[in-house]
Design a protein around this ligand. Structure first.
Ligand SMILES: N[C@@H](CCC(=O)N[C@@H](CS)C(=O)NCC(=O)O)C(=O)O
Length: 220
């Protein structure tokens, strides 16, 4: 890697309303890392362009170009930022606590969001033509994920505090709050999960959440 590549400002390929992109924008804002956002218009299929497939063969955002590394998968990006910019940590210090935060992240990142992302819903629409019949698909998987997340928050060993894991914002919140927006877009009432709704309200009052929120990147 050349020194120039290491020194240059990171470039984030993202889409304003993508929850996976918001996770990364939020981490960059939280850690005070200056970056250049480049929009990839998912509604126009720009994620499947040869140019973007070169960046990420899965045809998805986000992709962060940082330190000469072109990195896809939001969790890989978040962990890289955490390791290279440990200031304002987004993971607690103790291994047991870190493991719990990562478990919460995976409920959203692995077991909820992928089941209701754009390409999956487009495919479901090809298979089921009636919108009323296919609507429960996304609802079902988001509700399943939120039920599990809320149950973990209610366990006796969960630390008290306004965030998913105690008092400080962690990677778990960066995964959860954007998924709340997805839930509403799919017609769910997030109030069904009172702890999740309270965490969302708390986090949305932070400067980094607001600076990275979809509305701040909405085109035109
Ligand atoms: N596991 C990936 C998921 C990325 C993902 O699903 N991105 C969505 C936007 S939130 C996307 O690019 N969808 C494009 C498509 O489905 O065609 C990550 O965490 O980065």
């Amino acid at each position: 890697m050349t020194q120039n590549a290491r020194d240059s400002r990171p470039v984030l390929y993202h889409y304003w309303r993508s929850s996976s992109s918001w996770r990364v924008r939020w981490a960059l804002s939280h850690k005070g890392i200056d970056y250049t956002p480049v929009a990839v218009d998912l509604l126009k299929g720009a994620q499947r362009s040869p140019e973007h497939l070169q960046r990420n063969p899965l045809g998805a955002v986000p992709v962060l170009n940082i330190d000469g590394l072109e990195l896809g998968e939001s969790m890989a990006i978040l962990e890289y930022l955490e390791e290279t910019h440990p200031e304002r940590p987004l993971l607690p210090a103790a291994p047991r606590a870190r493991a719990r935060v990562r478990q919460l992240c995976q409920i959203i990142v692995a077991d909820t969001q992928p089941l209701q992302n754009l390409s999956v819903l487009e495919h479901v629409a090809e298979l089921v033509s009636d919108p009323e019949q296919r609507r429960p698909w996304a609802e079902r998987y988001i509700a399943r994920g939120f039920d599990g997340y809320e149950a973990l928050l209610r366990r006796d060993d969960a630390p008290a505090g306004p965030c998913s894991f105690g008092d400080e914002v962690t990677l778990a919140d960066l995964c959860l709050v954007p998924q709340c927006l997805n839930a509403r877009r799919q017609g769910l009432d997030v109030g069904r999960w009172p702890r999740i709704a309270a965490i969302e309200a708390h986090c949305l009052r932070t400067a980094a959440a607001q600076a990275s929120a979809p509305e701040a990147f909405k085109p035109g």
